[in-house]
Every structure is written in structure tokens, then in C-alpha cells.
Design a protein around this ligand. Structure first.
Ligand code: FMN
Length: 376
């Protein structure tokens, strides 16, 4: 049997295969972030489709701030019973589920003017031009504590672990970045100082959830622009996080929406790839540290994934858009149906009615047929 369908572990978490549903905001929660029947159905389908580890869409940790509509929430205890139902539903099918926790920050144009948006410094986000409020140390402590409390709730709700979203220009990523972080205090300047916010979040979470509970961190390989976080710095960050006890690291890119347009370009000595955009970066880090490294971005060919598993130390393979088009994809591959994936990476999957594949109808589990929406 191919290595990608064999069991593996992240810390104490035993997984039935090497496939991860990368965190995917579904835009299907209520206005206050609570679960809906549609959301339960999305997760049950993924679990039935043999995904080894499902990472939830990003969940907001404080009630007053969220970067997008329809996000899941984890900002108070009222969520615990409904997430218990979710974790039971998923685990019943032999899958594991981790909650991704995030503070958004200025990479948003959602409900601007209605809330204060925190940032390390008053530097506008490059794509949205949204300007945030430079955080005081009391506000930093408040967010650190909010991550820890949300993580404890996730553990109480039966999640198998938590993932800290430190990528994609959200708040933690901005602290790491020499471009967004212009602070003159102990949270800015040297790499150790820029890393301090993430380290404090990690340590506060660890204190709440205990030594055995898996904590994953999603990082950006590089910011891919001059003056931004470099891959060399990310390598150092990974080594420090490993030393602190982080259980796994997901190596992503700064702007997944633009990854397609960067294919073939080289940054920091490595190239963005067509199949597995950030695989070269993940492969280097998988040689630097001896905790599991997960690669994400543009994976769609089972043969290429198997090749990566055989030729690098990357241990897990995360997919987002292909699983929106085909929640049963991993099961299909496991059954030997290696036909091309439906996902065309068109990234039209974000809609006001929820995030789903607008091109293909999900295949029926028993059917090998692809059905384009609008075609019968
Ligand atoms: C609709 C949509 C929602 C996403 N939501 C999140 C999210 O909540 N958290 C996160 O870290 N990444 C999120 N991503 C990024 C994915 O996890 C992933 O890194 C990216 O799509 C590249 O993987 P893919 O090529 O398999 O789609 C989202 C992507 C899409 C398309």
C-alpha cells in the first residue's frame, strides 16, 4: 500500500492516513458563528470521504472581531455543546478534527467601521489597504488569553487538537513580518521579538490544554515581497517552535488567492510549483525539523503526492479546494480511481451563499462521473 494511505501521528494524535483537509472557511455559520445543519453536513461528508485529519475553517476567538461573514466562532462557552456534536460526528467515521483559531486583523474589508481592528503597527494591509490600531501590551495580553481560552473550549468540545493560524497576513503573520511590524518595543525589531506574540500564544495555549494535546501552527513560507518575512526567517521560526513543543507545522503561502499567478517564479532560492505550490519550501523545512511538516497549496495529483511522500520528509498533504469539489476525493484515490480531480483551481468557491464548488456538483460516492453544474 502506498505510504500516503498508511497511518501516521501528529504528537499523540493517530491518523489513519496522510491527508488533511486544509482549514477552509465555509461561510455557513450563523451571524454569531454558531453551527448550522449545512455545516454539520460538510464535515460529515469529509469524514465519510476518508480524510484523515479535518481542520475546521478559521474560528474567531473574540466576539467583537471577525474578518469574514459566516465564520465559525469559539469566543465563549456557548459553543462547546454544538462542537461536541460536531467532533462526535466526525470521529465516528475514524477521522480526527482540529479547530483552527484565528484573529483576523487588517486583511479584510468586511464590516469596516463597525469595529476596532488590531494590528502590530499602523501599516495598511497591502491588498485591502485596511489600516489597524497598533496594539497596546494590554491588548496583546487580551488576545493571547483569548487564544488560550478558545483552545481550552476546543479541547472540552472534543477536538483532537488546535491549529494556530499564523499565516496569510492575518494578525500573527503581521507580527512576524518586518514589513507590517514596525514596533519599537519587545514585540518588534529582531526576529525573536517579532516571534514573541506567537510564542506567548503558543505557551498560553499549552498551559491550558496540557503537554499531550496537539498544537499545530500554520505559517507562511515567505511573504514573497521585498521587505517582507523571508523563507530564511521562517526556517528559524520553525526551529524555535519545534524546540518549544509545537506538534506540527503547515507550510503555506502568504496569499493563496495569488499563488496561481506566481507559479514558476523563484523567491528566496526556491520556486513556486504548479503541483504543490509551496512544496520546495515544505521539503526544506521537513529536513530542518523532526516534527511533522504538512504541505498545502495546489496539490491535486495523487502520483505527485506519492512522489513527494517518497522523496521528501513532508509527512502530510493538505487540500482545500479539491475537497470542496469532491469531498470523497481521498476515498476515490484510496479505491484506485486516479482520474484527474474535478477542481480547476478557479477559486470561484467563495460565494455569498456559502463557499462551495460552483463548477462541479459533488460526485455521488458510487459514481465515477463528473457533473458540471448546468450540464446534465
Ligand atoms: C474558500 C476558501 C476558504 C479558506 N479558508 C481558510 C481558512 O479558514 N484558514 C486558512 O488557513 N486557510 C484558508 N484557506 C486556504 C486553504 O486552506 C489553502 O491554504 C489554500 O486554498 C491552498 O490549498 P488548495 O490549493 O488545496 O486549495 C481557504 C481557501 C479557500 C479556497
Amino acid at each position: 500500500m502506498s505510504i500516503v494511505f498508511s497511518p501516521a501521528s501528529i504528537g499523540t494524535m493517530k491518523l489513519k492516513n496522510r491527508f488533511v483537509r486544509s482549514a477552509t472557511w465555509e461561510n455557513l455559520a450563523t451571524d454569531t458563528g454558531h453551527m448550522t445543519e449545512k455545516l454539520y453536513a460538510v464535515y460529515e461528508q469529509l469524514a465519510q470521504g476518508d480524510v484523515g485529519l479535518i481542520v475546521t475553517g478559521y474560528a474567531n476567538i473574540v466576539a467583537e472581531e471577525k474578518p469574514n461573514a459566516g465564520m465559525m466562532g469559539m469566543y465563549d462557552d456557548s459553543f462547546i455543546p454544538e462542537y461536541k456534536k460536531l467532533t462526535d460526528l466526525v470521529q465516528r467515521h475514524g477521522a480526527k478534527i482540529v479547530m483552527q483559531l484565528a484573529y483576523g486583523g487588517t486583511k479584510t474589508t468586511y464590516n469596516l467601521g463597525e469595529r476596532v481592528i488590531f494590528a502590530p503597527s499602523a501599516v495598511a494591509e497591502r491588498s485591502t489597504q485596511t489600516l489597524g490600531k497598533e496594539m497596546t501590551t494590554a491588548e496583546i495580553d487580551y488576545i493571547v488569553n483569548a487564544f488560550a481560552q478558545a483552545s481550552l473550549r476546543a479541547k472540552l468540545a472534543g477536538f483532537d487538537g488546535v491549529e494556530i493560524h499564523a499565516a496569510h497576513t492575518y494578525l500573527i503573520n503581521q507580527f512576524l513580518s518586518p514589513y507590517y511590524n514596525q514596533r519599537k518595543d519587545q514585540y518588534g525589531g529582531s526576529l525573536d521579538n517579532r516571534l514573541r506574540f506567537l510564542v506567548e500564544i503558543y505557551q498560553a495555549i499549552r498551559k491550558q490544554v496540557g503537554a499531550e494535546h496537539p498544537i499545530l501552527v500554520k505559517l507562511t513560507a515567505s511573504e514573497f515581497f521585498t521587505g517582507g518575512l523571508t523563507f530564511n526567517e521562517t526556517r528559524q521560526i520553525c526551529k524555535k517552535l519545534k524546540a518549544l513543543g509545537v506538534d506540527a507545522i503547515i507550510i503555506s503561502g502568504n496569499n493563496h488567492g495569488n499563488a496561481n499567478t506566481l507559479i514558476g517564479q523563484s523567491f528566496d532560492g526556491h520556486t513556486i510549483q504548479q503541483e504543490g505550490y509551496f512544496r520546495e519550501y515544505g521539503a526544506v523545512i521537513s529536513n530542518d525539523i523532526d516534527i511533522p511538516v504538512i504541505t498545502v497549496g495546489g496539490l491535486s495529483d495523487i502520483h505527485a503526492i506519492e512522489d513527494l511522500a517518497a522523496t521528501t520528509n513532508i509527512k502530510f498533504f493538505a487540500l482545500s479546494r479539491p475537497l470542496l469539489a469532491e469531498p470523497q476525493l481521498i476515498k476515490r484515490w484510496a479505491q484506485g480511481n486516479n482520474n484527474q480531480v474535478d477542481c480547476e483551481r478557479c477559486s470561484k468557491c467563495r460565494t455569498k451563499r456559502g463557499n462551495f464548488c460552483v463548477v462541479f456538483k459533488p460526485r455521488k460516492p458510487s459514481s465515477g462521473l463528473r457533473t458540471r453544474i448546468g450540464q446534465r
